[in-house]
Ligand binder design. Structure first.
Ligand code: CO
Ligand code: CO
Length: 350
């Protein structure tokens, strides 16, 4: 990890929530947006908010499609440069999760001008610029406000061929469920916020969160990849439930196969986890069967810049593994379950 300052002010102490953990709870979001969301009848709008998908998609006159998304949150780490890198990777992820590739980003910055030096803001933006450079896109502008808590993120536009668009609502019965990054960034961020994380574990969390989900674009080109989303604030279970409900299916999830970031047991053994884990669990526990005791800490852990969650036809598994490994050496792609016909419970954890 590259320490760019010995910052005396701890960014994570300036806000209540952090990272994607400051997302509004699924149950509250439902009150605001309505259950299924409204199907907007707008010419060319291929993906609106009807299935709580990762981004909106608009068909352009040239046959390509525009993907548009925004994501921003309060600091998840104390180092401003890393905060910028993580927020940027997280915002870009929704474009990759639709099967596209980003083309342009704008910054969204809320900043307590009276409490923090402008150097901190400069470092946040420098971190975001580095990630945008890695994604081969410009950070071409943005908007800044004076706010009580630091907030940072991006509005991102991307492009995708129509046939490569992957929604979260099109999984098929018998599809295998794959996950590309290990779980645990919420737990590790909480340990960081409380000042009890080791340098090694913090570095592991940062590496996972700055890793781009670039392979999403390639996955969109594989016909056996039926559906895709990324795991963020609602945790693995929450995003899997969204996929199941959108697709009219249930899922069998093999908890023992879910990859975890090395070292998180140190913290789960001490019951160190974000408050939002409970909030997630309370929002969807009625839809889940078989979660035993402490498993909920990882299954409902709000992820920031989490991995891709993919529905893949069993015959396409080799092609998918090959494609992902070729693009992302860091990927820990793993089969973690199967989509099954709809049952009373949406997710059966084994
Ligand atoms: Co998303
Ligand atoms: Co998002």
């Amino acid at each position: 990890m590259e320490e760019t300052t010995n910052e005396p002010i701890k960014l994570t102490q300036m806000s209540r929530g952090s990272g994607c953990g400051c997302k509004i709870a699924p149950s509250v979001l439902e009150e605001i947006l309505g259950k299924g969301g409204e199907k907007l009848n707008f010419p060319g709008l291929l993906v609106g908010n009807e299935y709580k998908d990762d981004a909106a998609v608009l068909e352009l006159p040239n046959g390509q499609c525009l993907i548009s998304t925004t994501d921003f949150f309060t600091p998840i780490v104390n180092n401003p440069y890393d905060f910028g890198r993580i927020a940027a990777a997280n915002a870009l992820s929704d474009v990759y999760a639709m099967g596209g590739s980003p083309v342009l980003a704008l910054a969204i910055l809320g900043f307590p001008v009276d409490k923090l030096s402008t150097d901190v803001a400069r470092q946040i933006i420098a971190g975001a610029k580095e990630v945008c450079k890695n994604a081969n896109i410009p950070l071409a502008g943005g908007h800044t406000i004076d706010s009580l808590e630091p907030i940072f993120g991006l509005a991102v536009n991307g492009l995708v061929q129509k046939e490569n668009i992957r929604k979260n609502s099109t999984a098929q019965e018998g599809d295998l469920i794959l996950l590309t990054k290990p779980i645990g960034t919420g737990i590790l961020a909480t340990a960081h916020k409380r000042g009890i994380i080791s340098a090694v574990d913090l570095d592991a969390a940062i590496q996972v969160m700055v890793q781009l989900n670039t392979e999403g674009k390639r996955l969109g080109e594989i016909s056996g990849v039926h559906a895709m989303t990324d795991v963020t604030g609602f945790g693995l279970l929450g995003h899997l439930i969204e996929m199941c409900e959108g697709s009219g299916l249930s899922a069998r999830l093999e908890n023992g196969k879910v990859p975890l970031i090395e070292g998180i047991e140190t913290y789960t053994n001490q019951f160190v986890f974000p408050d939002n884990t409970y909030r997630n669990w309370n929002s969807y526990e009625k839809k889940v069967d078989g979660v035993k005791g402490p498993e909920f800490m990882t299954l409902c852990d709000p992820q920031t810049s989490g991995g891709l969650l993919i529905a893949v036809h069993p015959q396409s598994i080799d092609e998918v593994f090959y494609a992902v490994k070729e693009i992302s050496l860091a990927s820990q792609i793993t089969v973690i379950g199967t989509f099954i016909p709809k049952e009373e419970k949406t997710v059966l954890v084994r």
